[in-house]
Design a protein around this ligand. Structure first.
Ligand SMILES: NC(=O)c1ccc[n+]([C@@H]2O[C@H](COP(=O)([O-])OP(=O)(O)OC[C@H]3O[C@@H](n4cnc5c(N)ncnc54)[C@H](O)[C@@H]3O)[C@@H](O)[C@H]2O)c1
Length: 286
């Protein structure tokens, strides 16, 4: 697991690029918006709450990422404003809302369904945002673009905020599922993700930060740099950048996937799906 540095010069390719960002008004989304704007990008941001950013290179549309019509409107707004979309940062998220070891009952005494809000925002909203990116990248001329999804350090370890961990494992799972499809289809589209460790944002109240001075907190600007490098560096595909205390490591291709590959060996499940796809296209071509 090699640590690497991210330099400001690395962001030069972002000048003039059109970037759609969800969850742009606070924390990592806001820091990314400011970083990209500082390097000459044109940002179209969506969030439930207004953005503090005011500059002609930034346009805001109130967006709830759990609403498909809202997401359609956000992407249409970006397209109408700039004619194309180069990058999407699928980032809006909340912390956990469900506790599976407690019970709530309705007025009839029936056990209530646990909250699904974290799945709706952190996973369904993330996928729908990314899906719209894929759609626009495939249907613009020239084709292409890059998606960065916000996963988490909880995407690859035990973390007892159960619904959040489930959703964030889903973010990593979505990247693992879509990348081979994009590559087989030969599309000029990249999908990567970030997995920040503890980061001082609206998600983690200052009171929690103050309670744990021993934790290696990082600012949202650190996570923003991991987003920007994944957008700027065209060689990056299917990568997961872990950031902790302002240090950066790529962990998916250098660590997690090689370990999994060693475990499964020849029993690689995806090879069989690929063979089935090839067989059905051969049959279709007859
Ligand atoms: N802070 C951390 O330690 C940490 C670590 C790993 C991952 N993350 C992830 O980073 C992402 C950004 O969170 P943050 O830490 O910057 O927190 P934050 O609360 O500062 O920012 C989240 C933003 O998302 C917006 N948002 C929430 N629900 C929305 C919805 N349905 N539609 C549109 N916007 C919505 C909020 O209004 C807010 O502006 C999240 O996906 C979070 O899970 C955070």
């Amino acid at each position: 697991m090699a640590e690497f540095k991210i330099n400001d010069e690395d962001f030069a390719p972002l000048a003039g690029k059109v970037v759609v960002i969800t969850g742009c008004s606070s924390g990592i989304g806001l820091a990314t918006t400011e970083l990209l704007l500082a390097h000459g990008a044109l940002v179209v941001g969506g969030d439930l709450n207004p953005s503090p950013v005011e500059t002609s290179s930034f346009s805001f549309l109130k967006t709830d990422t759990t609403s498909w019509p809202n997401l359609l409107a956000l992407f249409d707004h970006a397209k109408q404003l700039h004619g194309r979309i180069d990058h999407v940062f699928s980032n809006a998220g909340i912390s956990g809302r469900a506790n599976y070891l407690s019970e709530n009952f309705d007025v009839n005494g029936e056990l209530q369904e646990p909250s699904t809000l974290t799945f709706d925002i952190d996973l369904r909203g993330m996928i729908n945002t990314s899906y719209l990116g894929l759609y626009h990248f495939r249907h613009q001329e020239p084709q292409g673009g890059g998606i960065v999804c916000t996963a988490s350090a909880s995407s690859f370890q035990q973390f007892r905020v159960c619904d959040y961990t489930t959703a964030k494992h889903g973010v990593l799972g979505w990247m693992r599922g879509i990348v081979p499809n994009i590559e087989t289809a030969g599309l000029p589209i990249r999908v990567n993700a970030i997995s920040p460790s503890w980061t001082k944002t609206g998600l983690v109240p200052q009171s929690v930060v103050d309670m744990f001075p021993d934790v290696t907190w990082q600012g949202p600007d650190a996570a923003a740099r991991s987003v920007a490098i994944l957008m700027a560096d065209e060689s990056k595909q299917g990568q997961l950048i872990y950031s902790v205390g302002g240090r950066f490591m790529e962990i998916e291709q250098s660590s997690l996937l090689p370990v999994a590959a060693e475990i499964v060996g020849e029993a690689n499940e995806d090879k069989m799906i690929l063979r089935m796809m090839q067989m059905s296209s051969e049959i279709g071509n007859r």
